[in-house]
Design a binder for this molecule. Structure first.
Ligand code: GLU
Length: 379
């Protein structure tokens, strides 16, 4: 059975131990085969985002630091040198299939602060729309100990939920979750599926990391919690052999973590529940109708802006009676919103400059109030 068949937008995380051999060399033949698998998924209509580790592992070799336990400074320098090699390797491997790659380096503020979040999301969506494949890693050279993910398992889960991927695939050196660490316990049982991440499941994950990766099963199960709560399925599969994604589509062994709720529900809860409203926009009847049909909120339909808010803050949309009809993340600051309200989009771009987006709330960042939970599938 092809376990990847249901998914349209995949985030695939590649661990260092797959890309880099024990001597610090790139496993280029393996990468070439993986690139062929990715090209096949893309040809089949899926959008693919890669989260690739391996910068530090490659950079060590390049800088002659192979035999050492690295200091923080050395690993940040290794990441800096290795990231160039890593990007080059990806650009070449996917370029062979006429696929353009775009590099995005992330620190936690980018996935956690709404201003950056909206930008990163838009850039990734734009790259995907242009047929390119974003290659993402943590910006290890500048991230400090206090503000870094430190492992690409959790980072990839945040990326997957940020871009509303329907599935996150973690390719590592183990083919899934076992009831106990299989290296230590001969009776360890492989789990094909996890419906809910219970404390018992978390307890199964206790175990050591491999020779290169930072995370072990613990960070993978944590990634599973982030992903499944946001409505993204997660698959752990072994990636060490050639053509690991093809193997998955042909029934290769894995553990599937089912999403805990739909993405639309998760997003709605996030926008409606966890964010305080910083301001309101009152809209005319035409704009109110346009929102009901799933359109973005454009300045022309806005008659009043209240409150002080920044781009990315949650704001409420009111109809002419003052009733809340939608809530979403502001595409402009309140000052800019006041400047452009009631104006046509071409005039808006003239006022703000073409680098700006014309929507006051993009439909992907908006939830209609009173709509049925799943009626506004986003993405
Ligand atoms: N970002 C790190 C690197 O590229 C890898 C982190 C991890 O292995 O999870 O070397």
């Amino acid at each position: 059975m092809n376990v990847l068949a249901p998914y349209k937008r995949l985030t695939i995380k590649i661990g260092s131990a797959l890309l880099v051999d024990k001597t610090g060399g790139l496993r280029s033949a393996w990468l070439a085969d993986l690139a062929a698998d990715i090209a096949a998924l893309k040809a089949g209509g899926a959008e693919v985002v890669i989260v690739s580790s391996g910068a530090i592992a490659l950079g060590r070799g390049l800088l002659g630091l192979s035999a050492l336990a690295l200091t923080l400074e050395q690993s940040q320098a290794a990441a800096s040198a290795g990231q160039i090699a890593l990007s080059q390797a990806w650009a070449q491997a996917l370029g062979h299939h006429h696929i353009v790659t775009g590099q995005i380096l992330i620190t936690p503020n980018i996935t956690e602060e709404r201003r950056y979040y909206i930008n990163a999301r838009t850039t990734i969506a734009t790259l995907l729309g242009l047929g390119a494949i974003p290659i993402i890693n943590e910006n290890d050279s500048v991230a400090t100990a206090e503000i870094r993910y430190g492992d690409n398992d959790r980072l990839s889960a945040r990326v997957a939920t940020m871009i509303e991927a329907d599935c996150l695939v973690l390719l590592s050196d183990i083919d899934g979750l076992y009831s106990a660490p299989p290296a230590k316990d001969p009776d360890a049982r492989h789990l094909a599926e996890v419906r809910v991440i219970t404390p018992a499941i978390e307890a199964m994950a206790g175990g050591a990391a491999s020779h290169l990766s930072r995370g072990g099963m613990t960070t993978k199960v944590e990634a599973g919690k982030i992903a499944t709560l946001a409505g993204t399925a997660m698959i752990i599969a072994k990636g060490t052999e050639h053509h690991p994604l093809r193997a998955l589509t042909e029934g290769g062994r894995h553990t599937l973590f089912h999403p805990a709720q739909s993405r639309a529900q998760a997003r709605k809860r996030w926008i409606m529940g966890t964010l305080a409203v910083a301001g309101t926009l009152t809209v005319d009847a035409g704009a109110a109708r346009a929102l009901q049909t799933g359109k973005s909120l454009l300045p022309i339909g806005v008659t009043r802006v209240s409150g002080e808010f920044e781009r990315g803050d949650a704001i409420a949309v009111l109809n002419t009676d003052g009733a809340e009809i939608a809530r979403g993340l502001a595409g402009l600051d309140s000052d800019e919103a006041r400047l452009v309200m009631g104006k046509r989009s071409d005039a808006v771009l003239e006022l703000l400059g073409t680098g700006h987006r014309a929507a006051l709330i993009h439909r992907d960042n908006m939830v209609l109030v009173g709509a049925k939970e799943d009626s506004h599938e986003l993405g």
